[in-house]
Design a protein around this ligand. Structure first.
Ligand code: ACO
Length: 375
């Protein structure tokens, strides 16, 4: 890179050193703190993964149970935040509600602002509380009473309970757990970068996570899972996949859930999510989404040589878990908050204000014109 070269979108720019997440985009490999996500998704739980991201090592059985118990105790929304969530516009974007609620939580947790008082405990509190916000925003929209926080149970079970208000099966919980593990972190993606930029100013963790939620909302990032499901709804039946996808590509439209800035081969998370989509589809006797997505993959690859990313199959799993589409991106946030907070803690440990520069391409030496002479 020469001094004057602009790296649009900061592509290939190494902005900092991190010990949290490694992506090999050419081989399709993803490691959290050195552990392959394929092993974590198969053998671990979300709690273990969150502990790993925050502390740098996997927990013992006792440490995992202690974390689970602590998370269980942190699931109650403060009353004023509950009110804010319930009174937000019903038809609006759920990520707006999540972003506003996290911002409000920061205002109601003044002791935790500032890097010096930020520890893993803040990360645990934020992680435990996000499902409560998501559950309450959904229940308020449905006109249903709030769900009392679960005192026991896993984070995956808590998310399903907070939204649906009914107990989930083991397979439902396991599929949600796998989805949470696979979404937990992904190096300096846009939302994590946004969190680190905010933390690098020595702002507080709630401000950093509020920034991250705003970045995740966009359809080129976390919002892609909802758009991927909208496309499935538009397609409707298997015989229409080819026609609809080809027509969109012919009109230079992006097919959500495909392509990735870093992966040049299949996103390893997509491989595992595809399998879970099939498993949960078989268990529910509904392989409709799975079959549409398999066909969509074939057409997109034939046309554009693009591979699926993590967002392609996640919606099919959530839909089969009876989660409405507008909550798909908030659920992504309920997982990624573990990674965001790990990065914020790392940023505080090795702080350097993130402040890139731009190449100015506007005019110079413009003569000043007084207001009465301007046309
Ligand atoms: N559908 C159609 N064409 C695509 C897609 C897609 N999903 N993705 C990339 N392309 C095409 C572009 O049109 C472009 O073609 P061109 O060179 O003929 O103009 C080429 O591939 C390169 O695309 P870029 O946008 O330069 O690639 P970039 O690395 O910036 O994009 C991104 C990565 C934003 C994820 C892109 O692949 C995309 O828009 N995908 C759809 C949105 C999506 O699924 N986002 C989720 C990503 S994973 C996550 O955030 C959790």
């Amino acid at each position: 890179m020469t001094d004057n070269e602009v790296q649009r979108g900061l592509e290939d720019v190494i902005a900092l050193e991190s010990q949290i997440c490694f992506i090999d985009g050419k081989k399709g490999r993803l490691l959290y703190r050195g552990y392959d996500i394929r092993d974590l998704a198969q053998y671990s739980t979300f709690e273990e993964v969150a502990y790993l991201l925050w502390n740098g090592r996997l927990p013992t059985a006792d440490q995992r149970e202690a974390l689970r118990a602590r998370l269980g105790e942190l699931r109650t929304l403060p009353e004023p935040v509950m009110r804010i969530v319930s009174e937000m516009p019903q038809g609006g974007n759920a990520m707006d509600v999540l972003r506003t609620a996290v911002s409000a939580l920061g205002a109601f947790t003044p002791a935790e602002t500032g890097a010096a008082s930020t520890s893993v405990a803040s990360a645990e509190r934020l992680t435990a509380i996000l499902p409560a916000i998501i559950g309450q925003l959904h229940r308020a929209r449905q006109g249903l009473p709030p769900v009392a926080p679960m005192t026991g149970g896993s984070h995956a079970a808590w998310i399903l309970h907070a939204i649906r208000g009914t107990p989930a099966t083991d397979l439902e919980i396991r599929s949600m757990d796998a989805a949470l593990i696979l979404h937990a972190d992904h190096d300096l993606n846009a939302s994590t970068f946004a969190a680190r930029v905010t933390a690098s100013t020595l702002s507080d963790i709630y401000s950093a996570i509020t920034s991250a939620i705003g970045a995740l909302k966009g359809p080129l990032h976390g919002g892609a899972n909802e758009r991927a499901m909208e496309l499935l709804e538009e397609i409707g039946t298997l015989d229409r996949v080819e026609e609809v996808v080809r027509s969109k590509l012919a009109h230079h439209e992006r097919i959500m859930g495909f392509g990735h800035r870093v992966y040049k081969v299949e996103d390893p998370r997509a491989t595992i999510m595809r399998e879970w989509s099939r498993r949960i589809g078989e268990a529910k006797g509904n392989l409709h989404y799975y079959e549409l997505l398999r066909k969509e993959e074939q057409v997109v690859f034939a046309e554009k040589k693009l591979y699926p990313n993590v967002d392609l199959y996640s919606g099919s799993i959530y839909a089969l878990l009876d989660i409405p589409k507008y909550l798909f991106t908030p659920i992504f946030a309920a997982s990624r908050v573990s990674g965001w907070t790990a990065h914020v803690l790392e940023e505080y440990q090795d702080l350097r204000l993130i402040r890139p520069t731009s190449r100015y391409v506007g005019p110079t030496d413009v003569p000043y014109v007084s207001i009465e002479k301007r046309s």
